[in-house]
Design a protein around this ligand. Sequence first.
Ligand code: FEO
Ligand code: CA
Ligand code: CA
Ligand code: CA
Length: 598
Amino acid sequence: GNGRPRGPKGLDFTAVAPNREDRIVTPEGYHNSVVIRWGDPVLPGAPAFDFDNQTAAAQAKQFGFNNDFCGLVPFGHDRWLMVSNHEYTTESAMFKGFSQANPTEEQVKIGWAAHGLSVVVVERERRTGKLLPKLDRRYNRRITVTSEFEVDGPAAGSAFLRTSADPTGRKVFGTLNNCAGGVTPWGTILSGEENFNQYFANAGSVTDPVVKTRLTRYGLAGAASTRKWENFDRRFDVAKEPNEVNRFGWIVEVDPLEPGSKPVKHTALGRFKHEGATIQIARNGKVVAYLGDDERFDYVYKYVSKERYRPGDSPAARAHNKKLLSDGTLYVAQFTGDSPATEFDGTGKLPTDGEFDGSGKWIPLASGDKSFVDGFTAEEVYVFTRLAADKVGATKMDRPEDVQPNPVNGRIYAALTNNTDRGKPGKEGPTEINPRNGNKHGHILEWEESRGDHTALTFSWKLLLVCGDPATADTYFGGYDKTQVSPISCPDNVAFDRHGNLWISTDGNALGSNDGLFVVPVSGRYRGYLKQFLTVPLGAETCGPVIEDDFILVSVQHPGELDGASADNPLTHWPDGGTAQPRPAVAAIWKSGCRIGE
Ligand code: FEO
Ligand code: CA
Ligand code: CA
Ligand code: CA
C-alpha cells in the first residue's frame, strides 16, 4: 500500500514489458539474486565448480543441471529445506568439444549425477533479504540416476517391473526427467518423471506386437539414444533389458525431513509422462492428487486415497500420511462442452454463449487391485496407464502441464501449454475445451468439483485464459479488457498467492520474447487481468515458481539454450556475466520491507 488507487490485491506493480534481455527483469523496486547454481556445493566436501575440470564425483555433491520444480518445506524461522528437480542435461552446453556421437564414460556419469533432485537448507539473511544456501551436513542431499528407490503400491513387484538386476520388481536405481512437482501437507515432495522415454535405446528392435504397442504409446521407438547412456549401462538398452523402462514414468516422493529415508515410486498414481502432482485434502479427509500427462492429446488424471489424512507432524502421523499415495482410486478426466460443436472451427473465437465452458466426469481406471477397464488387469492399468485411458473415452488435451488446486477458492487450474498438432490431418480437431487448431500459445483451464468436494466424480469447467497476443481475436482473458493485459504464451507451471491469485510461468514463448512469470486474479471484477511480473534471461524457461508472501523463487532453467549455442559458443553468460558459461539456477525476488505485489 503506497497511496495509489486500490486495484486487485497483490498486483500493485507496473507490468514488465516483453523483452529480450540477458538478465532477470522485475518491476521497479524489486531485488533479485541467485540462491544456487549448477555446480554449487550441496554436500560437505563438494569442490568448488570448475567448468573445465568436471568430474562425476564432484557433480554428485554439487547442485545438478537444469533445475525445474522448486519446493520449500518450512524448517525453522526464515529457514527452509529447498528441494529442486534436475530435469535433464544438455551435454553440448556442459562440455567444450563435446561429441554427441561418442560421449566419454566420465561425461555420461557426470550426466547421471547432474540429474535427479537436490535438497538444500536455505536461510534468509536478515540484513540483505537474500536467501542463502547452507552446507548442512545432515539434511542436504543429492538424489541422482544411481540412487536407490523403493517401488510402492499395487504394481510393486509386478512382472512388468522385474529386471535381471532386480528380480523383485521393487528396487529401482534413479529417477529421470523430473519436471514439476508439489509439496505435500505432510512435508514431503512429489516429483514427476516426465520424458523418460528419451533415455532408452533400441526400442525399435522389439518385435513382440503387444510390447511394441506399449512402447510406441510411450514414445519409445528408436535405435540409439541421444545421450548414449546404453554404452555404459545395459539397463538403458531396451533390447537387453526390456522392463527397465517400465520402472520410470512415475510420481516419486522424497521426504526431506528424514534424510536417511529411501525415496519412493508410487505406482498407484499411474505411469505416464508425469508433469507433476499436487495434493488437496478433501472435506472427508481423503487425499486427492491432481496429475497431468504432458503429451499432445494426452490426459488429465486424479487419484483419491482410500485412507484419510491424519493431521499433525508426529512420527506416527507422518508415517501414516506417507502411505496415503499407496492405495486409492485412479481416475481420468472426460470434458464435455456446453455449446454446439459447430461453433468450434479452430479459430479460437468465443462461442455465442460467451464462455468456453461445460461439464465433465472422472472415469475410474483402477482401485487397489481392481481394474475398471475391459481387457486390462489392475497392474496393466498402473503400468500402461495411457493405453487403459485410451479405452474409456478420456478427453485428448493440449499437453497438460501443472494441475493445481487453488487453496483460496477450491477450484483447480491446469496449464495446457500448446499443441501444434491440433487439427492437423489425421489428428483430433478443435473442441470447446481445446478450441484452437495448431494451438501455439496454450490455454488455462479452471474447474470446480461438484459441491466443492474434491472426491466428486463430476465437475464444471471454464477456460480462464486462451493465451497469446491480446491484440489478436483468438485470445481470451477471462472476459477482462484485453487492452489492459500482458501477452502470454505457453503456460507451464502454476502457483497461488495468499489472495488466491494465479501465478503462471511460461516455457517456450512463441511470441518471440523471453519467458516469464505472470499473475492473474481469478475472481471478482479483475478476473482475467493478467500482468507480467518478471522475465528470465535469454533462452531460459521460467519454472518452479514458489510464491511466498514476501519473496518469490523461480527456477531459471536452461539459460542460453538458443539455436547455435553450445559450450564452445555460449550465446549468453547469465548469471556470472563476462565470458562465463551460462548456468541454470534458482533465483529469489523480493522487495525490501514489502510483501509481493503490495
Ligand atoms: Fe518438463 Fe511438461 O514440462
Ligand atoms: Ca460454452
Ligand atoms: Ca514443465
Ligand atoms: Ca517445460
